[in-house]
Design a protein around this ligand. Structure first.
Ligand code: SF4
Length: 283
C-alpha cells in the first residue's frame, strides 16, 4: 500500500501558522499536496499577539499573496464576543495591545512556569475561530513541528487529550529538518526578512519574549532599543503590588530595564544563546 502523503489533510482542519519559516514551509507543502487549493473546510490561522516584529506580519501577508491562500488573522480581545477579533495585515495590532490588555486583566505577568500568554493569545483565539466562526465540534490542527525538534514532539504526545482537536505534525512525519527549511527559503522568491542564525530566527515570535535567552534579548535590544520599552513598562506597572511573582517576567535574571542598561554599557554584541526556547502554539 502507498504511504499516505503527510501533507494531505484530514478534514475539517486548522493550519496553525506561526509566522515563521518552518510553518511557512509546511503551508507550502500542504498547498502543493492539494494542487494549490485547500479543501473548503480547511483554514489557515495566524494569531497575532501585537508583539510580533513587523517583518513577521509582512511575511504572513506575503505567504498569503504569493501563494494565493487566505490566511485568517485573529487576536485575543477581552471586549469582543467569544474574546476573538478578526483583523488583517492593515488592522493588526502592532503595539502589543492584545498582550497588554491580557496582562492588565490577569494582574500579574506571565512567566516561564505560568505561561498564560501562549494559551490566551495563541491557542484560545484559534480554538474560538474553529468553534464560533466555523462551527467545528472537532478538528485536526496542523502545526510546524520538525523532525529535529524531538522535545516538542514529545510534548505533543503528552498533551491533554481532552481538547477538541487532534494535533498533526506533517513535517515531523516527513522527516523535515531545519536544513530542508533553510534550503527552501534560500531558493524562494520571497523570505522572512529577519536574520536566520543557525536555522533559528532570534527575532521570531514576540520580539523580546521572556523565553528567549538573556543574550538573545540583549542583542535584539542593542539593535533596536525601543523594543525594550513595552517590556519595561509591563514590569514597571506591576511593581509595588506586593507580589514579586506579579512584577517580573522572570525571577531568575535581571529585569528588562537592567538588561537594557547592560546593553548600553557594553560595546560588543553578545553570543547568541544556543538553548533559546520559544513559544509554540500547541504546547
Ligand atoms: S512568544 Fe513568548 S511572550 Fe509571546 S505569547 Fe509566546 S511565550 Fe508569550
Amino acid at each position: 500500500m502507498d504511504k499516505v502523503n503527510p501533507y494531505f489533510l484530514k478534514n475539517p482542519s486548522l493550519i496553525s501558522f506561526s509566522g515563521g519559516r518552518t510553518s511557512g514551509y509546511m503551508l507550502y507543502q500542504i498547498l502543493k499536496a492539494h494542487n494549490g487549493k485547500l479543501p473548503d473546510d480547511v483554514f489557515v490561522v495566524f494569531a497575532n499577539t501585537g508583539k510580533e516584529m513587523p517583518q513577521t506580519l509582512d511575511f504572513v501577508h506575503d505567504c498569503s499573496t504569493y501563494w494565493d491562500v487566505p490566511i485568517i488573522w485573529v487576536e485575543w480581545d477581552n471586549n469582543s464576543k467569544n474574546k476573538i477579533r478578526i483583523v488583517d495585515h492593515n488592522s493588526a495590532s502592532r503595539k502589543g495591545e492584545p498582550y497588554e490588555q491580557l496582562i492588565d486583566s490577569k494582574k500579574f505577568l506571565p512567566n516561564p512556569v505560568t505561561r498564560y500568554c501562549t494559551s490566551y493569545l495563541k491557542i484560545k483565539p484559534m480554538r474560538a475561530y474553529c468553534m464560533f466562526h466555523k462551527g467545528f465540534e472537532y478538528w485536526n490542527s496542523y502545526v510546524g513541528l520538525r523532525y529535529d525538534e524531538p522535545h516538542r514532539v514529545a510534548r505533543l504526545s503528552n498533551r491533554n487529550k481532552k481538547e477538541r482537536w487532534e494535533t498533526e505534525g506533517p513535517l515531523h512525519d516527513a522527516k523535515v529538518t531545519v536544513q530542508h527549511v533553510y534550503d527552501f527559503w534560500k531558493n524562494n522568491e520571497f523570505d522572512l526578512r529577519l536574520p536566520n542564525i543557525g536555522g533559528k530566527t532570534p527575532q521570531g515570535n514576540c520580539d523580546l519574549c521572556f523565553l528567549k535567552g538573556a543574550n538573545t534579548i540583549k542583542n535584539i535590544m542593542k539593535s533596536d532599543p525601543k523594543l525594550a520599552e513595552w517590556w519595561i513598562k509591563q514590569e514597571t506597572k506591576h511593581l509595588g503590588t506586593g507580589n514579586d511573582r506579579a512584577a517580573y517576567f522572570r525571577k531568575d535574571r535581571p529585569s528588562y530595564a537592567k538588561l537594557l542598561k547592560n546593553t548600553q554599557d557594553q560595546l560588543e554584541l553578545f553570543e547568541f544563546d544556543q538553548a533559546t526556547d520559544t513559544c509554540f502554539c500547541h504546547d
